[in-house]
Design a protein around this ligand. Structure first.
Ligand code: FBP
Length: 269
């Protein structure tokens, strides 16, 4: 590319924020885990998830390109995941690009997402690929969000304070506008990850469905107290028997700054 023609527009997460916070609905688990692991007769339908994103007033829906092409109906900003892997292969994890930034834009994406397995023997491939995607996204004026999951033979504990902080910092240094990282288990240790992320916004990753709503809401409260911008959640919402109710409780915690878990749970009863 002609360097003189290369422009870098301001890529900002502002379009995804409500009073500085946000909540994304993630739905790429059909690829990542397989339909029989996570889905039931309702949530196997991407249309059901699109409906939750709209009715639950999420700040974004996260789809792979195939779902975006066939099920994205607008009304909620779209984030297209431009890489992904299936859960069948063994060995050191790697997730490679499967959608161009240009094509994501044509589908209506307002940001692109990319997973990096930090600590994998193959991390350099993902660093390299993300570097190019981040530059293309910024040239187009949209943010690049990094899902940074420490994984591989050398990673003993992917939610340890120092490992999650390393993930957050990696995202900042590689140019991510936001990082999606796993919760460390308590607010004090998560705040080190938030500090490590610097000006990159931090989203807590939802994880498998928590045993109770209270458990999950406590985690989210801990992340918000630590300075996270918000939550990117999948299973804890769309595996819930009442996705809109749990979404409402989550919003009480994420957006209503003074609300605590006990009050947030009350909106469900
Ligand atoms: P969940 O809230 O369901 O955990 O979704 C968040 C997410 O990052 C998805 O985008 C992705 O499919 C999944 O987690 C990856 O999970 P895993 O940790 O098993 O790779």
């Amino acid at each position: 590319m002609d360097l003189a023609k290369r422009s870098r527009k301001k890529a900002s997460m502002d379009g995804f924020l409500t009073n500085g916070r946000s909540m994304f609905l993630a739905y790429d688990q059909g690829l990542e885990h397989g339909p029989s692991k996570d889905f039931n007769d309702k949530n196997i339908d991407p249309g059901y998830i699109m409906d939750i994103a709209i009715k639950g007033r999420f700040n974004a829906i996260v789809f792979q390109k195939g779902l975006a092409e066939k099920y994205y109906t607008g009304k909620v900003p779209l984030i297209v995941k431009v890489n992904g892997k299936a859960g069948l292969a063994s060995g050191e994890p790697i997730s490679k690009q499967n959608c161009s930034v240009e094509y994501a834009l044509s589908l209506g994406a307002k940001a692109v997402g990319y997973t990096i397995y930090l600590g994998s023997q193959l991390e350099a491939d993902m660093f390299n690929e993300f570097g190019k995607i981040q530059e293309q996204a910024h040239e187009a004026g949209i943010p690049a969000i990094a899902w940074i999951y420490p994984r591989g033979a050398v990673i003993q504990n992917d939610t340890a304070k120092e490992i999650v902080a390393y993930a957050a910092r990696t995202g900042l240094e590689l140019g991510a506008d936001a990082v999606k990282i796993k919760y460390t288990g308590d607010s004090a240790s998560f705040s080190w990850a938030v500090k490590s992320a610097g000006k990159a916004k931090v989203y807590m990753s939802g994880g498998p469905k928590a045993p109770t709503d209270q458990d999950f809401l406590n985690q989210v409260q801990g992340a918000i107290d630590a300075g996270a911008t918000g939550l990117a959640v999948g299973r804890n919402v769309w595996q819930h028997p009442d996705p809109l109710k749990i979404s409402e409780s989550l919003k009480q915690i994420i957006f209503a700054k003074k609300k605590k878990v006990a009050e947030a749970v009350l909106v469900q009863s």
